[in-house]
Design a protein around this ligand. Structure first.
Ligand code: C2E
Ligand code: CA
Ligand code: CA
Ligand code: CA
Length: 280
């Protein structure tokens, strides 16, 4: 708003006030939401482009508010972080993913993993490693079935701190670490080498109009090339069309995720999607 006359200012004020009130209400309601079973996890399949086979899925949290309806994690995850609830949500997503993998019941040599989003705050909790290892050891599942995703900006903040050591330990234990939303955090490609990561997920904003924007082509191509020399796996996110899927395949991009293949789906739907005859 350029010219904030008195009236404009009032409207602006009111909008902020409503936003603040909504945030306060959501934060309050979130405390009981887990116990009331309002939170659940959906899974978005990931595809190996060369073979067009499903090779994994990303776990994504959902909140169905009884009065306000669906609330995006983009809105409530920051509130959960602020309210000190992110560890409980993280534990919940991990347990759901473990159950999912048990239901899918893959044979040892069938590659399939579930990627779990992590807030940088979870790396700072005192029992971080234990909170991951205990339920997974108990399940009997291999660490290689799990990937942990941190956004590029979160990852950069861990550099040379205790969190950095936690990530290195997780990798040693056989978990994979993914750098999420890559390209949005202003780190240089060469910097990737110093980070404890195995997988680079190219942000959707570069993938969405890949075939139209020359600049995005250059970015995606360079990430794929350099990742290959560093032995990193590349995942393209937000693949919505066949055209983009084909183009990524021609560039040698290894994995892809997006509405073209599947939206995030329930655990029941994922089980059906991966069951024979289709999955065999
Ligand atoms: P993200 O980790 O980058 O997840 C990808 C988001 O893109 C998801 O939104 C997914 O539904 C959406 N998406 C996938 N394919 C397409 C596509 O082809 N087109 C478009 N337009 N969108 C696509 P979602 O589920 O709303 O999650 C938003 C963000 O919330 C996630 O971004 C992640 O940062 C955060 N989040 C979600 N679940 C969790 C969680 O369990 N823990 C934490 N800490 N954060 C989470
Ligand atoms: Ca993610
Ligand atoms: Ca992402
Ligand atoms: Ca994101």
């Amino acid at each position: 708003v350029k010219n904030s006359g008195k009236n404009n200012f009032c409207i602006f004020d009111k909008a902020i006030e409503e936003k603040v009130e909504r945030a306060a209400r959501l934060e309050r309601d979130l405390r009981g939401a887990l116990d009331r079973n309002e939170l659940y996890v959906v899974y978005q399949p990931k595809v190996h482009l060369a073979t067009q086979k499903y090779c994994g899925a990303e776990a994504l949290i959902r909140w169905e508010h009884p009065d306000l309806g669906f609330i995006s994690p983009i809105e409530f995850i920051p509130l959960a972080e602020e309210a000190g609830l992110i560890d409980r949500i993280g534990d919940y997503v991990l347990l759901d993913s473990i159950e999912m993998l048990k239901v899918l019941n893959f044979k040892k040599d069938e590659p399939f993993s579930i990627a779990i989003n992590m807030s940088p705050l979870q790396l700072e909790r005192e029992n971080c490693l234990d909170s991951i290892n205990r339920p997974i050891l108990h399940s009997g599942l291999s660490a290689s079935r799990f990937e942990f995703e941190l956004t590029e900006s979160a990852m950069l903040k861990t550099n040379e701190t205790h969190s950095f050591e936690i990530l290195k330990t997780l990798r040693r234990q056989g978990y994979r670490i993914n750098i999420d939303d890559f390209g949005t955090g202003y780190s240089s490609l060469s910097y990737l080498q110093m980070l404890p990561v195995d997988v680079v997920k190219i942000d959707q904003s570069f993938v969405r109009d890949l075939t139209e924007k020359a600049a995005n082509k250059v970015i995606v191509e360079s990430v794929i090339k350099i990742a290959a020399t560093m032995d990193l796996t590349v995942v393209a996110e937000g693949v919505e069309t066949k055209e983009i899927c084909d183009y990524l395949t021609s560039l040698g991009c290894e994995l892809a995720q997006g509405y073209f293949f599947s939206k995030p789906i329930s655990s029941k739907e994922l089980k059906e999607l991966l069951s024979p005859p289709h999955g065999a």
